[in-house]
Design a protein around this ligand. Structure first.
Ligand code: SF4
Ligand code: SF4
Length: 379
């Protein structure tokens, strides 16, 4: 099989596995990127990366941001990570059986260069993947980094999951994306309750140059700020009117990133408060212990694609989810989020939502539990 046929077969396998975008990038394009762009860290003599994407379904996003239900996004996230990994394994087998080349499957999330980078999210200040799928995505022509730091594509914005492999096959690269489809709307920043990335300051710590072009994105704080917001240990908006999918009504945007970084006792105090402090209701402490247990599970495998559905519980991810390609829809999703109310736990530890209707009337409802949702949507 020649290289042209190999590339065609690879693309077919990726798209048959449910991905909607795929591209090929060459090593030369990543020569000036930070260390996570170094393909040879994972695979000696790697020449190309093949990167693909699964966009979040719009209806699932509407339900997630309005707090109608969070199970559709849970289901899709589980599908996307699992498919990214399974497709990678299929490609590796295909390439190595049908050519002289080697391949390496990139873990879609959960594996960092620093040991324990995923589960140690309260301790580690920075954590870098072995190979960055986002950098690979830029090199493969899928898009460019947006303000949030996520890969933003023309077709689906940044509301995507990425999969990828590296290979020693010198495949024909796809053209780099000409434009950056991030329009600096900063809706990603507005949807974040932790302030992990800055609204107006650019990241200057390390330059990201891919294909000779500099990628511009927001200055980041410490990893732990996003880590605990993303996990659901905090998630209250600055105005106190809405939460992420968490009953932990704590807003980390109140702490400047410099303060959070310089004062490790803030992190310790947060964990003490949400897990140990008897002033925090027991039902919330139990909810938080479950969150940490799920994280620990991924820490054991260091591969989020192996996480079971029951432990897949996105509670934030807002900066990524909200960045759909259509700006009008992005604005709409932000509006849904801002009027979505807050999540609470009842005495049995079940999640419910309290929000105000347009006329000021308060409404309370129970979104479907995992059992209810999957029993009635048994597909
Ligand atoms: S939400 Fe707006 S500013 Fe943020 S990455 Fe997407 S397009 Fe860029
Ligand atoms: S995942 Fe959530 S907490 Fe983390 S940066 Fe994005 S919006 Fe902020």
């Amino acid at each position: 099989m020649n290289l042209k046929e190999l590339k065609q077969e690879v693309n077919n396998i990726v798209l048959d596995g449910g991905a909607k975008l795929v591209g090929v990038g060459r090593r030369e394009r990543l020569k000036d990127a930070p260390p996570s762009g170094d393909m040879e860290y994972c695979l000696p003599d790697a020449q190309s990366c093949i990167i693909w994407a699964y966009p979040n379904p719009i209806e699932a996003l509407e339900n997630y941001f309005s707090k109608k239900e969070r199970m559709s996004i849970k289901k899709f996230q589980h599908f996307a990570y699992k498919s990214a990994w399974d497709t990678g394994l299929k490609l590796k087998e295909f390439i190595e059986e049908n050519s002289i080349y080697k391949a390496f499957v990139v873990i879609p999330n959960g594996k960092y260069r620093k040991a324990g980078g995923y589960t140690n999210f309260m301790k580690v200040d920075q954590a870098y993947p072995r190979f960055s799928l986002r950098y690979g995505g830029v090199a493969a022509g899928l898009g460019h980094l947006g303000w949030s730091g996520n890969l933003v594509t023309k077709e689906f914005g940044g509301s995507i999951y990425l999969g990828g492999i590296l290979t020693t096959a010198p495949l024909e690269p796809d053209p780099m994306a000409k434009e950056n489809y991030c329009n600096n709307c900063k809706i990603c920043w507005q949807s974040c309750t932790t302030g992990y990335f800055e609204k107006d300051l650019e990241e200057a710590q390390q330059e990201v140059i891919i294909g000779g072009k500099r990628e511009v994105y927001a200055k980041r704080g410490t990893y732990s700020k996003c880590g605990n917001g993303c996990a659901g240990l905090s998630g209250l908006s600055e105005d106190g009117k809405w939460t992420t999918w968490t009953a932990d009504h704590i807003c980390l945007k109140e702490y400047a990133n410099e303060e959070w970084e310089a004062n490790p006792s803030l992190k310790r105090e947060l964990i003490r408060k949400v897990i140990v402090d008897k002033n925090t209701p027991k039902k919330i402490r139990n909810f938080n212990k479950k969150i940490l247990k799920s994280y620990a599970g991924v820490g054991t495998t260091e591969n989020v694609a192996l996480r079971p559905l029951e432990d897949t519980n996105p509670r934030c991810g807002n900066c990524n989810f909200i960045c759909v390609a259509d700006l009008k829809k992005r604005v709409e999703l932000l509006k849904l989020l801002k009027t979505s109310g807050k999540v609470f736990l009842d005495e049995n530890g079940r999640e419910y939502v309290k929000k105000l209707k347009k006329d000021g009337e308060e409404i309370i409802y129970y979104p479907p539990t995992e059992e209810e949702f999957f029993n009635t949507n048994s597909n």
